[in-house]
Design a protein around this ligand. Structure first.
Ligand code: 13P
Ligand code: SF4
Length: 332
C-alpha cells in the first residue's frame, strides 16, 4: 500500500504515512497542531498537541507560514483570527461542533437587545460571527477568571454552554449571570448516574471532569456531601487534565470527557490507570480528521479557513480581550 494513494476515508497509519506527512509538512513550511480529542495517530504525528486556546496561541506565535489545524472548525477559525496573515488549513471543513451550533449571531443579537446593558461572555466554542457579537471570550481553563474581570454589579450574558455556565456561577457565586441553554452532545451524554456507578466501582480513584459534562454537578455533589474527598474531584479543561496527570499521586483516575483525551493522559503518565466514565463519548466531528484527510490537506492545501475581514476584526477583539486576562491554556 502506498499511503499517498490511499482513499480519503481510509486510515493509512504506519511508518510510510508518518514519513510522508512529515515530508509534506516541511515542503509546505507548515506546523501541525492537534487537539487533545484527535485520533491517536494524528496526535502523535503533530508538532503540538493541546487544548483549544493553547493551540491557537501556538499558531499565532509560530514561524511557519501555514498552520494545519487538526481539530474542529471553530478552533481553526480562532487560529486564523489570531494570525490573519497566515494560511490556516483544516483537513476537513465539515468538522463542526454541536455546541458552537447551539447559538447563532442572530439569536445572540436578539438576546442582547433584551438585556442591553449586559456584558456578553462567549465560550470559544462559537463561530466567528458569534464572537463578533461578544465582549469577551473564555475557554474552559479561564472562564472563572474572565467572569471575575467584569465589575460585580454588571449583568452578564453567558453562552452557549449551560453546564460551563452553571460551573462559573457556582465558582464565582454571582447571581447576575444569565446562561444560554446550549450543550455539547458528547459531554451532556456523560451523566451523573454513570459517574456515580463508576465511582462506586473504583473506590479511591481521582476524578477529572470537563466542565461541559452533564455530570459536573454530580461530581461536586459527591465532594460536597463528603462521599469523595474534595481534593479527589477536579473540574478541568483538557489542557489542565494533562497538567494534573503529570503530578497526580492516584493510581486510578476516572476521566469524564471525550475519549480521545485518554491517549494524551496515558502518554504523559503511563503508570496511572486512566478509565473513561463513558467509553462511548466520542466526538464524531473530531474524528473527521482522519490520517487520509491530513495527507490530502498537506498535498492539496485544503480546506483553507477564510473569515470575512469585517467579522474577523470584531471577533478578534473579543478573543484578544480574553488573552490579555492571562491564562495561557495547556499544550505539549
Ligand atoms: P478545551 O478548550 O478544554 O480544549 O475543550 C474544547 C472542547 O471542544 C471541549 O469539548
Ligand atoms: Fe464540540 Fe462537543 Fe465535539 Fe467539543 S466534544 S468539539 S464541544 S461537539
Amino acid at each position: 500500500m502506498t499511503s499517498v494513494d490511499t482513499p480519503h476515508n481510509a486510515r493509512p497509519v504506519g511508518v510510510r504515512w508518518r514519513e510522508e506527512v512529515r515530508r509534506l509538512v516541511k515542503r509546505r513550511d507548515a506546523v501541525v497542531l492537534a487537539h487533545n480529542y484527535q485520533l491517536p495517530e494524528i496526535q502523535d504525528v503533530a508538532d503540538f498537541t493541546g487544548d483549544s486556546l493553547a493551540l491557537s496561541r501556538i499558531a499565532a506565535g509560530s514561524n511557519a507560514s501555514t498552520t494545519v489545524f487538526c481539530g474542529v472548525h471553530f478552533m481553526a477559525e480562532t487560529a486564523k483570527l489570531l494570525a490573519p496573515d497566515k494560511t490556516v488549513l483544516i483537513p476537513d471543513a465539515r468538522a463542526g461542533c454541536s455546541l458552537a451550533d447551539s447559538i447563532t449571531a442572530e439569536q445572540l443579537r436578539d438576546w442582547k437587545a433584551q438585556h442591553p446593558t449586559a456584558a456578553v461572555v462567549s465560550y470559544v466554542n462559537t463561530t466567528a460571527d458569534v464572537k463578533a457579537e461578544t465582549d469577551i471570550c473564555c475557554t474552559s481553563s479561564n472562564a472563572v477568571d474572565v467572569i471575575a474581570s467584569i465589575p460585580p454589579h454588571q449583568d452578564i450574558l453567558f453562552c452557549p454552554d449551560k453546564f460551563l455556565g452553571a460551573h462559573v456561577r457556582r465558582e464565582t457565586g454571582r447571581t447576575n449571570i444569565r446562561v444560554w441553554d446550549g450543550e455539547c452532545h458528547v459531554h451532556a451524554g456523560i451523566n451523573g448516574a454513570e459517574l456515580n456507578q463508576r465511582v462506586s466501582a473504583n473506590p479511591g480513584a481521582e476524578l477529572f471532569v470537563h466542565p461541559e459534562c452533564g455530570c459536573a454537578t454530580s461530581a461536586l455533589y459527591l465532594a460536597g456531601e463528603g462521599i469523595l474527598p474534595p481534593e479527589q474531584v477536579n473540574i478541568l479543561s483538557t489542557g489542565d487534565m494533562v497538567r494534573r496527570a503529570r503530578s497526580t499521586r492516584a493510581s486510578t483516575v476516572l476521566v469524564a470527557t471525550e475519549i480521545g483525551m485518554l491517549h494524551q493522559l496515558r502518554k504523559v503518565a503511563p503508570d496511572v490507570d486512566f478509565r473513561p466514565v463513558n467509553d462511548e463519548a466520542s466526538c464524531r466531528y473530531m474524528k473527521m480528521i482522519t490520517p487520509a484527510a491530513l495527507l490530502r490537506s498537506l498535498r492539496e492545501g485544503t480546506d483553507e479557513v477564510r473569515i470575512d475581514p469585517r467579522i474577523a476584526a470584531r471577533a478578534r477583539e473579543s478573543v484578544q480581550r480574553m488573552i490579555r486576562i492571562g491564562e495561557p491554556g495547556g499544550g505539549e
